[in-house]
Design a protein around this ligand. Structure first.
Ligand code: 5RP
Length: 243
């Protein structure tokens, strides 16, 4: 296994130690989250964890979880089964473990390299403890140093949102699938991969993007969504806490 893969695995597996019997667990998407899902499945199989339900963040993750024997619920099923708590607007997912493409010094994130940012953000917003698992190559001082921002747009609004983003001086690319066709998300939208350069103010950019009706969601996850980042490096594991 190459070094980065080893580091991803150890961050993911360390985060799984926070999962306890009876928890509802948000299952992330991507190569790092996959290690967490595999570890969780092993612990369930070995009887070390009981009464766990997973809430997948993508169709891909849902297939994987089912294949590995993790009982899954959709978010809608979870809310239907918790009539009492839902009226209190309580977050019904105990822990979510998910990867990230970039993490800045204030623990703001860029996500969506794997195309699942919309469901991932919905799950994060419904989670009591959102754990991000990365290897240290994902750390940066400011967002945009290492990764573009994936932006999910309505197919209907593709050209107008492209033009809007270009008017912000960004470089915009339509994401393609392995057949060279536009990549279509689980919710039937397109993704624009957008280079803004260094993002000095992620909160402001979040606000600007949120105002556009044609932008369904974007890959900037502000640190208020994040509880901890498990970051593994050759010199060991660090847990970073969002303040
Ligand atoms: C998927 C994501 C992933 O968490 C992100 O792309 C990191 O992926 P990986 O763990 O494979 O490096 O946001 O939409």
């Amino acid at each position: 296994m190459d070094n980065n893969i080893e580091l991803k695995k150890s961050a993911a597996e360390a985060a799984v130690e926070e999962v306890k019997d009876g928890m509802i667990v948000g299952l992330g998407t991507g190569s790092t989250a996959r290690f967490a899902i595999e570890k969780l499945a092993n612990k369930i199989k070995e009887g070390k964890l009981k009464n766990i339900y997973g809430i997948p963040t993508s169709k891909r993750t849902e297939h994987l979880a089912i294949q590995l024997g993790i009982p899954v619920l959709s978010l809608n099923e979870l809310f239907s089964q918790n009539q009492k708590l839902r009226t209190q607007n309580e977050r019904l997912i105990d822990i979510t473990i998910d990867g990230a493409d970039e993490v800045d010094a204030n623990l703001n994130l860029i996500k969506g390299g794997g195309g699942a940012l919309l469901r991932e953000k919905v799950i994060a917003q419904n989670t009591k403890s959102f754990l991000v698992v990365i290897d240290e190559s994902k750390l940066s001082n400011k967002l945009g140093e290492k990764f573009f921002v994936p932006i999910e747009v309505l197919q209907f609004a593709l050209e107008s949102e492209k033009a809007f983003l270009e008017s912000l001086n960004a470089k915009v690319r339509l994401r393609k699938d392995e057949n060279g066709k536009p990549y279509v998300t689980d919710e039937g939208n397109f993704i624009l991969d957008v280079e803004f350069g260094i993002i000095e103010n992620p909160a402001k950019l979040n606000e600007i993007l949120n105002e556009r009706a044609g932008i369904v969601e974007h890959g900037i996850f502000l640190n208020k969504l994040v509880d901890k980042v498990y970051c593994s490096s050759n010199s060991g594991m660090k847990i970073l806490y969002a303040s």
